[in-house]
Design a protein around this ligand. Structure first.
Ligand code: PEP
Ligand code: MG
Length: 499
């Protein structure tokens, strides 16, 4: 038994058989000139991007390949007298050096993409075939110094249990691809290629270790823990699983557990934690940290949802006879546009750091989305004046948690990019039963046929309009309802916890 440790956090746990990658995985063929190699690489990447087998990675690689800077840089070296392969290596190092100076871990990791594109060109110029993974065992633990998206595209990922590499960081593509597919990943593992090909290997995120040839006691303990851990994943097998979060720590934990993204970030927790309203900078630092942890996975930030049972300790909200039917969620934000705009600007700024989406709570009317868009556009103009970056195509979606939103789902779908069903409030409002009143708890039940009908109607309307529909209320975390949830046609579930 031998133990290895990862410098980064291990993503997920797994047991499998080591498949150590070396140069023996390449075969030879005739080499190509630079121009032909560019053309062939373009064809290969277009095919891979069409198959969409790399979570959008290959479309990004195609952009890198087609960037005039790449061709110019190689051709300058060729004109200076370098051979094609040598010119590619020199150009690759030059471009990667530019990334190395960037003070942003996510962008720095993009140098790996540049290396992967040049690796493809070099393989074609030198006449090497792609790696072949024909002799890969089932439940393979792929061990290598580095694993490129081009390698993962050639593997049958259903047969991969884990990736273990000596290079890379938690924002490397291998981690992103692994997380999206529920594959464990351990990067920054010193001397991992010493692992014997064919050895039994455990990847243990709890002890942050990789164990080669475990003894029977270690193996038994690991399997016992795995049985407990698997239940939510196994129950929901086949559905994309995201997580709900209320803090950066929650996001970190979710990503470590292999979540495909954050389906609901309850931003009100940031407001509730302080002694005054958080300003734009304070909010931005939280959202940006969460966005960076998510990398290429979505971070769905729900805008401030206060009112009813959720108050702010430092702010007295107007007394209401029926607060559950009063000024809460989007109604409160639209009544306080400056407060709302502070949050929208912070979210927009974080959208330059990851795949951030905006989600509005308690929507009933088309007008609520239209007015939010107007405020969002004002915020974009204000950020332009301050020369701050943001994603101008940021997705705006809504929670479906009121009967009006269900009945108007088709009309609302025309105005937004996604739906997420909040079964906690949807059950309360459909059943007219206060979710906080224990005397009504039998009534406020998402398993009631009326609630289930509302969910089906929502999913159908979303799909008719070509937008995604997920679920983020408590029902999504109820593994006893797994077969019902699978039959509802939801695009993803956002669960409370995956670990
Ligand atoms: C819901 O209503 O289902 C939901 C997810 O939102 P919250 O519980 O925060 O109101
Ligand atoms: Mg709700």
């Amino acid at each position: 038994m031998k133990t290895y440790h990862s410098k980064a956090r291990i993503q997920g746990s797994a047991e499998g058989v080591a498949y150590v990658l070396g140069s023996g995985h390449c075969a030879a063929r005739d080499g190509l000139g630079f121009d032909e190699a560019m053309e062939r690489a373009g064809e290969e990447l277009r095919q891979l991007a069409d198959k969409d087998c790399g979570d959008g990675v290959f479309a990004a690689h195609l952009e890198i390949l087609e960037d005039p800077m790449l061709r110019e840089s190689v051709e300058t070296h060729i004109a200076e007298g370098m051979a094609d392969a040598e010119a590619c290596t020199a150009a690759c190092e030059e471009i990667c050096r530019m990334f190395a100076d960037i003070d942003d871990e996510y962008l720095r990791a993009r140098a790996d993409d540049v290396r992967d594109v040049f690796g493809r060109l070099l393989r074609l110029i030198e006449g090497r075939e792609d790696r072949s993974f024909e002799d890969m065992p089932d439940a393979a633990v792929i061990v290598a110094d580095n694993i490129n998206p081009s390698d993962t595209a050639l593997m049958d990922l259903d047969r991969v249990a884990a990736f273990v590499t000596s290079k890379g960081s938690s924002t490397s593509h291998v981690c992103i691809i692994a997380a999206g597919r529920g594959i464990a990943a351990a990067v920054g593992v010193d001397a991992c290629t010493d692992i014997r090909n064919g050895a039994r290997v455990l990847i243990d995120s709890e002890s942050s270790s990789i164990i080669e040839d475990p003894d029977s006691e270690t193996l038994e303990q690991f399997r016992r823990r795995a049985l407990k851990r698997k239940s939510i994943r196994e129950c929901f097998d086949g559905i994309k699983l995201m997580c709900n979060a209320g803090s950066v720590e929650d996001v970190e934990r979710a990503i470590r557990a292999g979540a495909a993204g954050i389906g609901l970030f309850r931003s009100e927790f940031i407001y509730m934690a302080g002694t005054r309203l958080p300003d734009e900078e304070e909010q931005y630092s939280v959202y940006a940290a969460a966005a960076e942890l998510c990398g290429a996975r979505p971070l769905t930030i729900r805008t401030l949802d206060i009112g009813a049972d959720k108050g702010l300790p430092y702010m007295t909200l107007p007394a209401e006879e029926n607060p559950n039917l009063g000024i809460r969620g989007i109604r409160f934000c639209l009544k306080n546009p400056e407060l709302f705009k502070t949050q929208l600007r912070a979210i927009l700024r974080a959208s330059a750091r990851g795949k951030v989406k905006i989600m509005l709570p308690m929507v009933c009317l088309r007008e609520e989305i239209v007015r939010t868009r107007t405020l969002l556009e004002e915020c974009m103009r204000e950020l332009d004046e301050r020369a701050l970056p943001y994603n101008k195509d940021i997705e705006l979606g809504i929670m479906i948690e009121t009967p009006a939103a269900v009945l108007e789902a088709s009309e609302l779908a025309e105005l937004c990019s996604f739906f997420s069903i909040g079964t906690n409030d949807l059950s309360q409002y459909i059943m007219a039963a206060d979710r906080g009143n224990s005397a009504c708890s039998a009534l406020c039940d998402y398993r009631h046929p009326a609630v289930l009908k509302a969910i089906s109607m929502t999913v159908e309307a979303a799909h008719q309009h070509g937008i995604e529909c997920g679920m983020c209320g408590e029902m999504a975390s109820d593994s006893s309802q797994a077969s019902l949830l699978k039959s509802l046609g939801l695009d993803y579930l956002s669960v409370n916890r995956l670990d």
